[in-house]
Design a protein. Sequence first.
Lengths: 370, 371
Amino acid sequence: MLTRRDFGKRAGLLLAAASGSSESALAQRAIAGLGNAPPGTIWINANELPDGPCAAAREAMTQVLPETGRYHYPEFRDIYAAIARSEGLDRSQVVVGAGSTEVLQMAVQVLTSPVRPLIASEPTFEVPFAVARALGRPTVSVPLTSSYAADVKRLAEEAAKAKGGLIYLCNPNNPTSSLTPKDDIAWLVANLPSDAVLLLDEAYIHFLESPEQESGLAWVRQEKNVMVTRTFSKIYGMAGLRVGFGCAKPALIRPLAALAGNVISIVSARAALASLREAAKLVPERRARLTATRDTLCRWLRQQKRPYIEPHANFMMIDMGRDVRSVIPEFLAKGVAVGRPFPPLDRMLRVTIGTEREMAEFRRVFEQVL
Amino acid sequence: MKKNIEDLLPPHIRALHPYVPGKPIEEVERELKISAIKLASNENPLGPSPRAMEAMREYVGQVHRYPDGQGFYLRRKLAERFSLHPDQVLLGAGTTDIIEMVAKAFLQGQAEGVTAEGSFVMYYVVAQMLGAALHCVPLKNYTYDVEAIAEAITPRIRVVFFANPNNPTGTYVRAREIDRLLDRIPDGVLLVLDEAYAEYVDDPEYSHSIDYVRQGRNVLVLRTFSKVHGLAGLRVGYGLGVSNLVNCLNLVRGPFNTSSIAQVAAMAAMDDHAHVRESVENNRREMRWLCEQLDRLGVRYVPSVTNFLLVDTGRDANETFQLLLRQGVIVRPMKENGFPTAFRVTIGRHDENVRFIESLKRAGMTAPVPA
């Protein structure tokens, strides 16, 4: 029988096991400490898009407010269908989650096991690793190549060694903003061990010049063992609303759909739908704005002879020449909240591309910090 | 031989069926070409808190920021309301999300749970999803049978799910009975007291569940913004328990499980005392009126302290559902929930309740059913 002491012990075990998903939030809070940020601080720390939701999404949110007293479960059929349609997929190939984070969590829960590891690059988005560890699933991390791409050969080797498993590949990669070439991913798909699944996180894919060409959705349509996740948190500017989705063949989606407990809020759902309707215009416009701001920063960094990783998303990594653990608080003290450390890239500072004005302020503070 | 990816799934996951929702109000209206009313989901007929709506309207432009994953401000406000510490407050995307967290954290492996038959369906759904054993003891006179629950606690039991008041019967047990149950529950067993409808209960002896939390007992109290605050569509609920327990559950919580706009709405709704008062008053007045009408018609129902009624017509629940649906009144048949001749109806606004009673009459449900 479980005694109160065991109850506490069990809590301790769980705490030890899950050194991750809440860790990032805790670290962020500790570093960017709510209390330490001076008034008027610029937040370029969490890869949010300052543009916010588009006008149509704001309108849709405002209009649905009187209906927030109702459950809207039935409407979710239409929402799933609309999202599927937008990606040229069938309803049975899509699962919606509270952000793509929830979809990644479910994928790790269902597609890894005590003998099927999670295999991923290091560093990459940490949630899949954290979930696997919390569930007691084996994990294998593979360093990025010298060009900061995923090492697809080694990822495949590890999956073959384990006779299966889940390969997680974030492209463009967070936190490096680097791109794994499409040909490399195509090779990985072609050489995937039969019991392995490739989980392609495309949270930042819209920031590429030709996202559709770079995307792995074509393999989903071909019913390969590939799952692609997407989010409304990035180019659509609605991280606070928690909407993301996963795409894969029905056999992979079905068990996730059964697990998807968190129905998203109706305000979020309506905002997402309105954004999708605007996507053809919205995505290229926002990308152009973002790219111009990012190019200005890159040019300036080159003038400063400051190395950086070639960026492909709405954030980039800059080589500070010293451990960023001492750099981050200096930025914060001057009113600029930047990304947390991402070991083993200890000298690399992750900076989100904000507005022109915010980035001008970042450059001004950068000179002082250096 | 090459294995299919489905073969790698545990059997309890393979056996799951995605939730198939009922007919949306718009679809009913389209098909029947009449206006419909929905009294099926225990929503607040007065709609969302106006102050919450105002707060959301102002917040629309800020949703590009990630939510505070810890829900710092909402947790602090809830803690102040209940004289607890913020570490004793857990946020969920509705209480369903928290029920899932409890099951994920405590019902793995050999651990088992216990609850009542004819209670909140999510207990059963979540247990099946996780392949966890959940023992169900019968209700007694439509009410949780405290004695039978206590008897069912074997050494394998880790969690007791206790809906108080119970959904779908609308019955409750008083605090002193929960006291007695707690005294009989061994130390290492968690009592989940699901009080989603607490705000509607008009009885000073109903519950002192928050005291259990203050006393450091293994109790998790569940409350929601979906009912009296009218925010069902936003998915936000909360749990109150000792910090040790809340820490455990935080480990299995999705890092951003509640949206920022839901947190903002919930905080505003907490201050909307007028909306809460009107919602409770409407419910009380209309509940009285509905019961009078049903008495007059000789239709049986279970007396309820909530915002819904379990009505037993003595006829097949699905048929009654169809008869009412054809008249544009959507209720929830309870056949699949162990009440083959009953449906659940939510207390609506007066005009909705009048329409419900008229539809019931026209459906020929007025004859007293032999006992």
